[in-house]
Design a protein around this ligand. Structure first.
Ligand SMILES: [Zn+2]
Length: 318
């Protein structure tokens, strides 16, 4: 009995210390960098472009335990980061609409989201940890060869895109079939992008993707072709263009923030470990929210790196 009590006290003390240490180390710094993680297949076995469902779930647990919280890409672009003080935004992106990202399974007469697909894992994690957030961008391929054509269940393609659009997720443009945009003329580049949007809108009327993820990370000869325009009467306009690598993104409040050149981190074991470790060792480089979406809190020493057009800038000494 006595031993149990002592054990419980030690455990309580350890938990208190752990939470105190976490809170203490994370002073607000809204000029810190933000990780945009890039997933491809969620499937077996684990390899260069594949993360297993178990490892993906573990990534979410690790991020959550280290004070990261999900935000939508659109919120980053709008500079609207509504997170509790002391937490760090992170963005999840999924490229290529492979089957393991979003699968429905038929159980007798009911249709359910496969709990081992990325969306199933995200939904379950959000139910268990409502404060983790509920967001991810899916850069889909509407006209690729199977299995990458809209998650490879043609009968459910519309149901999936509608689910994403209505449950806090975002749908992004990744061209019709993963075209290398550096190889084509302007008309073809625009047709690829407008055509992909048109396909998305066939399933989710009027949906406008705000971001394009570059297939193979290759820009068209002129970046303006990817940014906005039209083809065959379909108009598109992107607020962001995402690359395939490059590390953590600058804060949206930093001068260095360039939404047409947003870097990402490929979600491989080695990259995740590297960057999570990096921010543990360099907590001052991590974006840490001040808890007030209307104010931008920045250490006074970093003032010179702040965008010049910011309202409600709050400089702190620490
Ligand atoms: Zn891709």
């Amino acid at each position: 009995m006595r031993l149990l009590l002592v054990g419980a006290l030690i455990l309580t003390a350890a938990l208190l210390l752990a939470s105190f240490a976490g809170a203490e180390s994370l002073a607000p710094n809204e000029l810190g960098r933000v990780m945009i993680l890039e997933y491809h297949k969620i499937d077996y076995p684990e390899e260069r472009w594949t993360r297993t469902p178990e490892n993906f779930r573990r990534d979410l647990e690790t991020l959550y335990a280290r004070g990261y919280r999900l935000i939508a890409l659109g919120d980053l672009l709008d500079g609207r980061i509504a997170l509790p003080a002391g937490t760090t935004p992170v963005i999840l992106t999924f490229d290529d609409s492979s089957p393991g990202q979003f699968r429905y399974v038929e159980e007798n007469t009911a249709v359910e989201i496969d709990p081992k697909s990325a969306v199933g894992i995200l939904e379950a994690f959000a139910r268990e940890h409502p404060d983790f957030g509920h967001a991810a961008v899916f850069f889909v391929l509407p006209a690729a060869d199977p299995p990458n054509r809209l998650f490879n269940q043609p009968a459910y393609a519309g149901k999936k895109l509608q689910f994403l659009a209505s449950h806090g997720y975002e749908i992004g443009n990744h061209t019709l079939w993963h075209a290398n945009l550096g190889k084509y003329d302007e008309a073809t580049v625009r047709a690829q992008i407008a055509g992909a949007q048109q396909w998305i809108q066939r399933h989710v009327p009027a949906y406008k993707p705000r971001a394009l993820a570059l297939p193979h990370g290759v820009y068209p000869k002129d970046v303006s072709w990817a940014r906005s325009g039209s083809s065959k009467g379909v108009m598109y306009s992107h607020d962001a263009i995402l690359q395939v690598s490059g590390g953590p993104a600058p804060s949206p409040f930093a001068r260095a923030f360039d939404p047409l050149r947003l870097p990402r981190i490929q979600a491989l074991e080695s990259e995740l470990r590297h960057w999570l470790g990096y921010f543990e060792r360099h907590p001052g480089e991590r974006f840490v929210s001040d808890g007030d979406p209307a104010a931008v809190t920045v250490p006074a020493t970093l003032r010179g790196r702040v965008r010049s057009d910011l309202q409600n800038l709050h400089l702190v000494e620490h």
